[in-house]
Design a protein around this ligand. Structure first.
Ligand code: AP5
Length: 256
């Protein structure tokens, strides 16, 4: 598997100069990955990144990177955000929006972006529209991954994440070669705080109340692309690529 992109400007040091991958620059992708917790957005982002060399901009990863960093460097707002996350609740819009605005250079990147976990509310989607419009940019599509709730809970309960490089496994569907050890870096695999059963239920409710309405928001703008999230990660990835190709062809035909 190719090395993951470092994402330093997104995860740790907003504003540091960074060079997009030539493959991504040749064919930049600007998409939002939408879907309930555990549907496989991170797994799909990993496949898209490996093949298109485009950065995965995950707000959840920003919070987790902050949690792993020296607590002395956390602002009170970030400290509060980590509490919401641990309980499975959404972090308040103003905190999330401030974090994304600090990283706006990643949105204007010539190599494009995969937004994963942002936007999660209609208020966040409106801010994203404005940030992109200010840069003269727009989204190519919103890939909306769909799976019944019972399957989501099973995916989350079996997830194990590398505490070092953050690679994602599943005890049954995607086990590591050695129990509890990351194939990529040898780091220990752990259960995320918010993958405990009580936090999973809170996350599902937050999704239904705040994030599910985004499907209507993007459908009304002609951007929503539903993707059935059943099957292997590769099968789901192939469905998404085919849908993106179809959209590109339709846009090109409409412009002729
Ligand atoms: P975030 O990190 O964004 O988490 P999430 O949306 O809940 O999504 P997950 O990372 O849990 O799941 P995923 O869809 O990426 O699935 P994965 O690929 O890992 O957010 C975490 C928290 O941060 C939020 O709850 C909130 O508190 C806060 N937050 C973040 N952004 C915010 C925002 N914008 N506003 C407010 N708050 C915000 O897959 C899951 C498992 O399934 C894995 O084990 C995987 O191996 C397995 N799997 C994947 N695909 C398949 C398959 N096809 N078949 C079988 N197993 C599979």
């Amino acid at each position: 598997m190719p090395e993951p992109l470092p994402r330093t400007a997104w995860l740790e040091k907003p504003g540091v100069p960074c060079e997009p991958d030539p493959a991504a620059r040749a064919r930049p992708l600007r998409v939002v990955l939408l879907g309930a917790p555990g549907v496989g957005k991170g797994t799909q982002a990993e496949l898209l990144t490996a093949r298109r060399r485009v950065c995965q901009l995950s707000t959840g990863d920003v919070f987790r990177a902050a949690k792993a960093a020296d607590p002395c460097h956390r602002s009170p707002a970030l400290e509060e955000a980590l509490g919401y996350m641990q309980r499975g609740e959404l972090v308040p819009d103003e905190t999330v929006i401030a974090i994304v605005k600090e990283r706006v250079a990643c949105l204007r990147c010539d190599g494009g972006f995969l937004l994963d976990g942002f936007p999660r509310t209609v208020a966040q989607a409106q801010v994203l529209d404005q940030l992109l419009a200010d840069e003269g940019l727009g989204l190519e599509a919103v890939l909306s991954y769909e799976l019944p709730t019972a399957r989501l809970v099973a995916r989350l309960g079996g997830r194990r994440t590398c505490s070092n490089c953050k690679s994602v496994y599943h005890v049954e569907a995607r086990p590591p070669a050695r129990d509890g050890v990351c194939d990529r870096c040898g780091g220990p695999l752990v259960l995320r705080d918010d993958d405990r059963p009580e936090a999973i239920m809170v996350r599902m409710r937050a999704y239904e109340q705040s994030t599910a309405p985004l499907a209507d928001y993007y459908a009304a703008r002609g951007l929503l692309v539903p993707i059935v999230a059943e099957g292997t990660p590769e099968e789901i990835y192939a469905r998404a690529e085919a849908a993106l190709e179809q959209r590109t062809a339709a846009v090109a035909a409409a412009q002729r």
